[in-house]
Design a protein around this ligand. Structure first.
Ligand SMILES: C[S@@+](CC[C@H](N)C(=O)[O-])C[C@H]1O[C@@H](n2cnc3c(N)ncnc32)[C@H](O)[C@@H]1O
Length: 240
Protein backbone atom coordinates (compact mmCIF):
# COMPACT_ATOMS: atom_id res chain seq x y z
CA UNK A 1 0.00 0.00 0.00
CA UNK A 2 1.23 3.45 -0.88
CA UNK A 3 1.69 5.33 2.40
CA UNK A 4 -0.02 8.33 0.83
CA UNK A 5 -3.16 6.21 0.47
CA UNK A 6 -3.66 6.00 4.18
CA UNK A 7 -6.63 7.98 5.35
CA UNK A 8 -6.51 9.67 8.71
CA UNK A 9 -10.10 9.70 9.82
CA UNK A 10 -9.58 12.53 12.30
CA UNK A 11 -7.60 14.46 9.70
CA UNK A 12 -4.64 14.82 12.05
CA UNK A 13 -2.97 11.48 12.51
CA UNK A 14 0.36 10.66 10.93
CA UNK A 15 0.49 8.91 7.57
CA UNK A 16 3.69 6.90 7.70
CA UNK A 17 6.26 7.03 4.95
CA UNK A 18 8.94 4.36 4.77
CA UNK A 19 11.56 6.99 5.65
CA UNK A 20 9.75 9.49 7.81
CA UNK A 21 6.37 10.55 9.07
CA UNK A 22 4.12 12.62 6.89
CA UNK A 23 1.67 14.43 9.13
CA UNK A 24 -1.69 15.72 8.05
CA UNK A 25 -4.62 14.73 5.89
CA UNK A 26 -4.14 12.63 2.80
CA UNK A 27 -7.84 12.43 1.86
CA UNK A 28 -10.86 14.62 2.40
CA UNK A 29 -14.36 14.54 0.91
CA UNK A 30 -15.13 11.77 -1.57
CA UNK A 31 -14.00 12.78 -5.04
CA UNK A 32 -16.61 13.68 -7.62
CA UNK A 33 -16.75 11.40 -10.64
CA UNK A 34 -14.83 13.84 -12.87
CA UNK A 35 -12.11 14.24 -10.23
CA UNK A 36 -11.77 10.50 -9.78
CA UNK A 37 -11.57 10.08 -13.55
CA UNK A 38 -8.71 12.61 -13.70
CA UNK A 39 -6.83 10.84 -10.92
CA UNK A 40 -7.19 7.56 -12.81
CA UNK A 41 -6.71 8.91 -16.30
CA UNK A 42 -4.26 11.83 -16.08
CA UNK A 43 -2.26 11.45 -12.91
CA UNK A 44 -0.17 8.47 -14.02
CA UNK A 45 1.18 10.32 -17.08
CA UNK A 46 1.92 13.48 -15.08
CA UNK A 47 3.37 11.79 -12.00
CA UNK A 48 6.97 12.49 -11.08
CA UNK A 49 8.80 9.14 -11.06
CA UNK A 50 11.05 9.22 -8.00
CA UNK A 51 13.17 6.36 -9.34
CA UNK A 52 14.03 8.35 -12.47
CA UNK A 53 14.57 11.76 -10.90
CA UNK A 54 18.30 11.31 -10.60
CA UNK A 55 18.44 12.24 -14.31
CA UNK A 56 16.98 15.63 -13.38
CA UNK A 57 13.60 17.16 -14.18
CA UNK A 58 14.27 17.73 -17.92
CA UNK A 59 13.19 14.29 -19.17
CA UNK A 60 9.83 14.62 -17.40
CA UNK A 61 8.66 17.23 -19.91
CA UNK A 62 7.73 16.80 -23.56
CA UNK A 63 9.68 19.90 -24.64
CA UNK A 64 12.79 21.73 -23.43
CA UNK A 65 12.31 24.04 -20.43
CA UNK A 66 14.50 27.01 -19.52
CA UNK A 67 14.58 26.19 -15.80
CA UNK A 68 12.84 24.10 -13.17
CA UNK A 69 11.01 25.03 -9.98
CA UNK A 70 9.44 23.00 -7.20
CA UNK A 71 6.44 23.80 -5.00
CA UNK A 72 6.12 21.68 -1.86
CA UNK A 73 2.62 21.32 -0.38
CA UNK A 74 0.70 22.99 -3.20
CA UNK A 75 -2.68 22.45 -1.48
CA UNK A 76 -5.33 23.04 -4.16
CA UNK A 77 -2.63 24.07 -6.66
CA UNK A 78 -3.86 27.66 -7.16
CA UNK A 79 -0.38 29.16 -6.97
CA UNK A 80 1.28 26.38 -8.97
CA UNK A 81 -1.25 26.52 -11.80
CA UNK A 82 -0.97 30.32 -11.93
CA UNK A 83 2.81 30.02 -12.15
CA UNK A 84 2.50 27.44 -14.91
CA UNK A 85 0.22 29.77 -16.89
CA UNK A 86 2.46 32.81 -16.37
CA UNK A 87 5.69 31.08 -17.37
CA UNK A 88 5.12 28.50 -20.09
CA UNK A 89 8.86 28.09 -20.63
CA UNK A 90 9.54 27.00 -17.05
CA UNK A 91 9.05 23.41 -15.90
CA UNK A 92 7.23 23.08 -12.56
CA UNK A 93 7.24 20.19 -10.13
CA UNK A 94 4.55 20.09 -7.45
CA UNK A 95 4.21 17.75 -4.49
CA UNK A 96 1.17 17.32 -2.27
CA UNK A 97 -0.09 14.30 -0.31
CA UNK A 98 -3.73 15.47 -0.14
CA UNK A 99 -5.67 13.61 -2.83
CA UNK A 100 -8.38 16.25 -3.19
CA UNK A 101 -5.75 18.95 -3.78
CA UNK A 102 -4.10 16.83 -6.45
CA UNK A 103 -7.51 16.39 -8.12
CA UNK A 104 -8.00 20.19 -8.13
CA UNK A 105 -4.65 20.83 -9.72
CA UNK A 106 -5.37 18.21 -12.39
CA UNK A 107 -8.59 20.08 -13.24
CA UNK A 108 -6.62 23.33 -13.70
CA UNK A 109 -3.98 21.58 -15.81
CA UNK A 110 -6.71 20.18 -18.03
CA UNK A 111 -8.71 23.42 -18.25
CA UNK A 112 -5.67 25.43 -19.39
CA UNK A 113 -3.86 22.65 -21.28
CA UNK A 114 -0.75 23.23 -19.16
CA UNK A 115 2.11 21.03 -20.34
CA UNK A 116 4.75 22.44 -17.97
CA UNK A 117 3.59 20.96 -14.64
CA UNK A 118 4.44 17.54 -13.24
CA UNK A 119 3.25 16.40 -9.85
CA UNK A 120 3.55 13.81 -7.16
CA UNK A 121 1.03 12.80 -4.56
CA UNK A 122 3.49 12.32 -1.79
CA UNK A 123 6.17 13.90 0.34
CA UNK A 124 8.18 16.86 -0.93
CA UNK A 125 11.22 15.61 0.95
CA UNK A 126 11.28 12.48 -1.22
CA UNK A 127 11.46 14.63 -4.35
CA UNK A 128 14.26 16.74 -2.88
CA UNK A 129 16.19 13.61 -1.95
CA UNK A 130 15.76 12.07 -5.41
CA UNK A 131 16.74 15.09 -7.53
CA UNK A 132 20.34 15.68 -8.58
CA UNK A 133 22.24 18.54 -7.00
CA UNK A 134 21.75 22.11 -8.21
CA UNK A 135 18.95 21.40 -10.69
CA UNK A 136 16.28 23.84 -9.43
CA UNK A 137 16.14 27.62 -9.64
CA UNK A 138 13.40 27.94 -7.05
CA UNK A 139 11.73 26.02 -4.27
CA UNK A 140 8.45 27.37 -2.86
CA UNK A 141 7.11 26.33 0.52
CA UNK A 142 3.89 28.32 0.92
CA UNK A 143 2.01 28.12 4.18
CA UNK A 144 3.35 24.78 5.38
CA UNK A 145 1.21 23.19 8.07
CA UNK A 146 1.85 25.47 11.06
CA UNK A 147 1.61 22.94 13.90
CA UNK A 148 1.22 25.88 16.29
CA UNK A 149 1.05 23.99 19.57
CA UNK A 150 4.37 23.69 21.32
CA UNK A 151 4.24 19.89 21.46
CA UNK A 152 3.46 19.72 17.70
CA UNK A 153 6.31 21.92 16.51
CA UNK A 154 8.59 18.97 15.91
CA UNK A 155 6.24 18.06 13.04
CA UNK A 156 7.14 21.20 11.11
CA UNK A 157 8.75 20.48 7.77
CA UNK A 158 11.37 23.20 8.17
CA UNK A 159 14.28 21.64 10.04
CA UNK A 160 18.04 21.47 9.40
CA UNK A 161 17.76 18.31 7.27
CA UNK A 162 15.05 19.89 5.12
CA UNK A 163 17.10 23.04 4.64
CA UNK A 164 20.16 20.95 3.73
CA UNK A 165 18.06 19.19 1.09
CA UNK A 166 16.74 22.53 -0.23
CA UNK A 167 20.26 23.91 -0.56
CA UNK A 168 21.49 20.75 -2.27
CA UNK A 169 18.74 20.85 -4.92
CA UNK A 170 19.03 24.59 -5.62
CA UNK A 171 21.38 25.90 -8.27
CA UNK A 172 23.76 28.63 -7.04
CA UNK A 173 21.71 31.85 -6.93
CA UNK A 174 18.49 29.84 -6.77
CA UNK A 175 15.80 30.87 -4.29
CA UNK A 176 13.97 29.22 -1.44
CA UNK A 177 10.68 31.06 -0.87
CA UNK A 178 8.66 30.60 2.28
CA UNK A 179 5.34 32.13 3.31
CA UNK A 180 3.51 31.77 6.60
CA UNK A 181 0.76 33.48 8.57
CA UNK A 182 2.08 32.20 11.89
CA UNK A 183 4.57 34.58 13.54
CA UNK A 184 6.10 31.77 15.47
CA UNK A 185 6.75 29.77 12.27
CA UNK A 186 8.39 32.82 10.67
CA UNK A 187 10.66 33.15 13.70
CA UNK A 188 11.27 29.39 13.74
CA UNK A 189 12.38 29.43 10.11
CA UNK A 190 14.55 32.54 10.43
CA UNK A 191 16.22 31.02 13.50
CA UNK A 192 17.18 28.01 11.40
CA UNK A 193 18.14 29.84 8.19
CA UNK A 194 19.98 32.93 9.41
CA UNK A 195 22.91 31.10 11.04
CA UNK A 196 23.58 29.27 7.75
CA UNK A 197 26.15 30.57 5.32
CA UNK A 198 24.60 28.78 2.32
CA UNK A 199 21.29 30.71 2.35
CA UNK A 200 21.03 34.49 2.41
CA UNK A 201 17.82 36.29 3.41
CA UNK A 202 17.07 38.84 0.70
CA UNK A 203 15.05 41.30 2.81
CA UNK A 204 16.42 44.83 3.06
CA UNK A 205 13.32 46.63 4.27
CA UNK A 206 10.20 45.51 6.13
CA UNK A 207 8.24 45.69 2.87
CA UNK A 208 10.41 42.90 1.51
CA UNK A 209 8.84 40.42 3.88
CA UNK A 210 5.48 42.03 4.66
CA UNK A 211 4.38 42.28 1.04
CA UNK A 212 4.13 39.40 -1.41
CA UNK A 213 6.74 39.11 -4.11
CA UNK A 214 6.03 40.06 -7.72
CA UNK A 215 3.83 37.58 -9.55
CA UNK A 216 2.45 36.26 -6.27
CA UNK A 217 -0.82 34.42 -6.66
CA UNK A 218 -2.89 34.22 -3.51
CA UNK A 219 -3.33 30.68 -2.23
CA UNK A 220 -6.50 29.23 -0.77
CA UNK A 221 -4.91 28.91 2.65
CA UNK A 222 -3.76 32.54 2.53
CA UNK A 223 -7.29 33.73 1.73
CA UNK A 224 -8.55 31.96 4.83
CA UNK A 225 -5.71 33.29 6.99
CA UNK A 226 -6.43 36.87 5.94
CA UNK A 227 -10.19 36.41 6.45
CA UNK A 228 -9.41 35.23 9.96
CA UNK A 229 -7.23 38.27 10.65
CA UNK A 230 -3.77 36.73 10.48
CA UNK A 231 -0.96 38.60 8.75
CA UNK A 232 1.22 36.78 6.22
CA UNK A 233 4.98 37.09 5.91
CA UNK A 234 6.90 36.34 2.70
CA UNK A 235 10.55 35.29 2.90
CA UNK A 236 13.04 34.90 0.07
CA UNK A 237 16.40 33.24 0.65
CA UNK A 238 19.08 32.96 -2.02
CA UNK A 239 21.52 30.09 -2.21
CA UNK A 240 24.95 31.57 -1.74
C1 LIG B 1 -1.61 24.70 5.25
S1 LIG B 1 -1.62 23.83 3.77
C2 LIG B 1 -1.20 25.05 2.56
C3 LIG B 1 -1.50 24.63 1.16
C4 LIG B 1 -1.14 25.63 0.07
N1 LIG B 1 0.29 25.83 -0.02
C5 LIG B 1 -1.86 26.93 0.29
O1 LIG B 1 -1.18 27.93 0.65
O2 LIG B 1 -3.10 27.00 0.09
C6 LIG B 1 -0.12 22.86 3.85
C7 LIG B 1 -0.09 21.78 2.78
O3 LIG B 1 1.15 21.08 2.86
C8 LIG B 1 0.90 19.72 2.57
N2 LIG B 1 2.03 18.94 3.13
C9 LIG B 1 2.24 18.61 4.42
N3 LIG B 1 3.40 17.92 4.54
C10 LIG B 1 3.92 17.82 3.28
C11 LIG B 1 5.08 17.22 2.75
N4 LIG B 1 5.96 16.58 3.55
N5 LIG B 1 5.30 17.30 1.42
C12 LIG B 1 4.43 17.93 0.61
N6 LIG B 1 3.30 18.53 1.07
C13 LIG B 1 3.05 18.47 2.38
C14 LIG B 1 -0.43 19.45 3.24
O4 LIG B 1 -1.08 18.32 2.73
C15 LIG B 1 -1.18 20.74 2.95
O5 LIG B 1 -1.91 20.66 1.75
Amino acid sequence: MNPADRDNSDGEGPARSPRRQLYGRSKGKALRAAQAARIEGQLPALTIPLDRLAEGPGPLFSRPMTEFRLEIGFGGGEHLAAQGRQNPGIGYLGVEPFLNGVAKLLAAIEADSLDNIRLLRGDGRDVLASLPEACLTRIDLLYPDPWPKRRQRKRRIVDPAFLDAVVRALAPGGEFRFATDIDDYAGWTLARVLPRTDLVWLAETAADWSEPWTSWHRTRYEEKAIREGRVPGYFRFRKA
